[in-house]
Design a protein around this ligand. Structure first.
Ligand code: PA5
Length: 443
């Protein structure tokens, strides 16, 4: 079960900035209903990039992913070469649920030292490299692939056995290369953008090697779909989108995403990318300048209670804080009593999970008392089903916000521009004119 706790958004808790949730929901019901209908109607059009809605239904691709995993029983290390949406989802879920024996490594930067360090620790004959790039062009991923391909060629009998490609079914440089070389490959559905791709082979292939229960993961994502097309009273993503919308209107320009879990430590990275890249837009759907977006910020409880929470409580009233909390541990740890340390007797015999819960509740309340709005999504437990549900919920939340703000949440012109400038600076063919302009601008 995924539940929403909204008490710390009410005026009784946070004062004049607060909401009367029931009446806000009723007042915005027509707007949310229009957003829901627009999304469900547009999903048949591949150009709208709503393919992520139906991917969790695709059991045939999941079967192929699982079959591929089963045939690769020699793999001891899987190296994912990908960046942004092509890495962060699998990384977040693998950190939360991965149970080996295959070790996963993510190469999502081009800093030479860590890559060299990784290459020194890996045994090529036991390593599978999954190069993931929807566009089949991104410089960071392609550079890493060139290095790993050569490393495999030099270190193995047949390097081709050690590479699996995940890319667009038709576009980009990787697809024809995979075909020409006879490399194993999977497709990123054309209607699925990078940051919405965790339930397709971009996410599921690495997660199969991480030992994640993918059937449950996709079943959880389907549960979010069910809610997103249900009545408003049960439509959790429409409701959380409305919370973000209303507090953005109240000047809360920062969204803190803060799970109380070390296992969920990479989830904020995935969320930040999803939220910021989707919703930070200069223009609306009609091309008018709008400059939308709220800035998502990472935090982890309880760790960041001893860092950012000082600012969240006493700093500017410009934040909405989104907590994620687990309702039960999968195993717990009892705190022992120690003679001579009776000053700690409030901890004796209690469990770590009890302490974690108390810390989360205490922090949420302390923030509310300072007038800082916060809400909590609770997961019954941390397993594949609930994580699949949570991720798809957050994708829906983002899509709903895109509708409420009348922007295209599925493109990323700012990111693409950065890629093109890089191509130009690195001398890629076809970018000579752009390179000349950049030089003239002093770059
Ligand atoms: O969400 C997105 O679309 C981006 O973050 C991409 O995932 C990222 O730029 C990598 O692109 P590609 O998969 O084409 O290499």
């Amino acid at each position: 079960m995924l539940r929403l706790e909204l008490d710390n958004l009410s005026s009784q808790r946070i004062g004049p900035q607060g909401l009367d949730w029931e009446s806000a929901l009723a007042a915005h019901a027509p707007l949310l209903e229009a957003a829901r209908q627009a999304l469900w109607q547009r999903k048949a059009d591949p150009g709208q990039f709503l393919g992520w809605i139906e991917v969790p239904e695709d059991t045939e691709t999941l079967r192929q992913v699982r079959r591929f995993r089963e045939t690769q029983d020699w793999v001891e290390a899987l190296v994912v070469l990908g960046i942004g949406g092509s890495a962060l989802g699998a990384q977040a879920v693998a950190a939360a649920l991965g149970r080996g024996p295959v070790r996963l490594h993510f190469v999502d930067n081009v800093e030479p030292e860590p890559i060299l360090e990784l290459l020194r620790t890996l045994e090529p004959s036991k390593t599978l490299v999954n190069v993931i790039s929807k566009s089949g062009a991104t410089a960071e991923t392609m550079a890493a692939f060139l290095v790993f391909r050569q490393w495999l060629e030099e270190g193995t009998v047949n390097w081709k056995k050690h590479v699996v490609v995940t890319t667009d079914p038709a576009k980009g440089l990787l697809r024809p290369y995979a075909q020409a070389e006879g490399l194993a490959s999977f497709a990123v559905p054309p209607a699925v953008g990078g940051r919405f791709s965790v339930t397709c082979p971009v996410g599921t292939l690495p997660l199969a090697f991480a030992g994640v229960d993918l059937e449950s993961f996709l079943a959880g994502a389907r549960k979010a779909n069910e809610q997103a097309q249900g009545p408003l009273s049960h439509n959790l993503p429409a409701q959380t989108a409305l919370v973000h919308h209303l507090f953005a209107q109240k000047g809360k320009n920062i969204v803190v995403f803060m799970p109380y879990s070390t296992r969920l430590r990479y989830l904020p990275d995935w969320f930040v990318q999803l939220h910021d890249e989707s919703l930070g837009k200069a223009r609306d759907r009609q091309g008018r300048e709008v400059r939308t977006g709220t800035t998502a910020v990472r935090a982890i409880g309880t760790t960041d209670q001893h860092a950012q929470v000082q600012l969240f409580r006493e700093g500017p009233h410009d934040k909405l804080i989104q907590f994620v909390r687990l309702l039960a541990p999968s195993e717990d740890l009892k705190i022992p009593a120690v003679m001579g340390l009776e000053g700690l007797d409030y901890l004796f015999g209690r469990s770590f999970f009890e302490l974690l819960e108390a810390e989360a509740k205490a922090t949420a309340h302390a923030l509310a008392k300072a007038g800082q709005p916060n809400y909590t999504l609770t997961l019954e437990k941390l397993d594949a089903y609930h994580l699949g549900w949570l991720l798809q919920h957050l994708m829906w939340q983002t899509a709903f916000l895109g509708e409420l703000w009348n922007i295209n949440a599925f493109d990323q012109p700012g990111v693409e521009l950065g890629k093109e400038y890089t191509y130009a600076l690195m001398g890629r063919k076809g970018y000579e004119e752009l390179a000349r302009r950049l030089r003239a601008e002093g770059v």
